[in-house]
Design a protein around this ligand. Structure first.
Ligand SMILES: N[C@@H](CCC(=O)N[C@@H](CS)C(=O)NCC(=O)O)C(=O)O
Length: 212
């Protein structure tokens, strides 16, 4: 039994997709950001980083969204959401998962929270503009990768695709949004038809109309 500490459309969204995709027995626990619950003593005892998400598996807490996604995929090899140790696609799986979390997610965080990047608030607009350029560059890289393959790591769906979907939901307000890219847009529209994505978006209150 898993418990996912989440807030709608936060970094808990990718683990939520995974829990649905592996058909897990899980419970959602809302961490009310509006009440600063992610900084409460109770939550910090599970996740000392004070960030969302946290996954609790048989009483043991884990944080970091990408790590949780990898772990869930590993726990359910029958769902084939991570290549096995000896499979050729495995290095690419880690490459793209790390790229998504270390590069694209970091850029998105700096775009949404520029005040955390500077002590001079007058610099915020310049930070947002610089991150916008970097995010669009990342979308272009993902687009060119997807021009030659069905899914991010090749011909099979993996946890990376769900992670990518979450980040593209966040990135829909940059100057060239993900759906504006031919191959990336097509990929996201295909993922939006996946039952796990449909279920989670419904539960988290995100309309998929723009992906139709
Ligand atoms: N690297 C972490 C980042 C998590 C994170 O920053 N989550 C945001 C919500 S999307 C959060 O908890 N923000 C609250 C805060 O920074 O105080 C992960 O991927 O799990």
């Amino acid at each position: 039994m898993y418990q996912l500490y989440y807030y709608p459309l936060n970094a808990s969204m990718a683990p939520h997709f995974l829990l649905e995709a592996i058909n897990a027995d899980y419970e959602l626990v809302l961490v009310d950001r509006k009440q600063n619950s992610h900084k409460s003593a109770e939550y910090l005892s599970l996740n000392p980083a004070g960030r969302i998400p946290t996954l609790v598996t048989n009483g043991k807490a884990q944080f970091e969204s990408a790590a949780i996604c990898i772990q869930l995929a590993e726990n359910h090899p029958e769902c084939k959401l991570i290549p096995k140790l000896d499979e050729e696609a495995r290095p690419e799986f880690f490459q793209w998962m790390m790229y998504l979390t270390n590069t694209l997610q970091s850029q998105l965080m700096a775009y949404f929270y520029p005040q955390r990047q500077t002590i001079e608030l007058a610099h915020c607009d310049a930070i947002v503009a610089a991150q916008d350029l970097l995010i669009v560059e990342s979308f272009a890289l993902l687009d060119s990768t997807l021009a030659h393959r069905e899914y991010l790591i090749g011909e099979e769906l993996s946890a990376c695709d769900f992670y990518l979907f979450m980040l593209c939901v966040w990135g829909d307000e940059v100057t060239t949004p993900p759906l504006a890219f031919e191959h990336l847009g097509k990929h996201l529209k295909k993922l939006a038809t996946h039952q796990a994505v449909k279920t989670v978006c419904k539960k988290e209150g995100l309309s998929l109309d723009e992906y139709l």
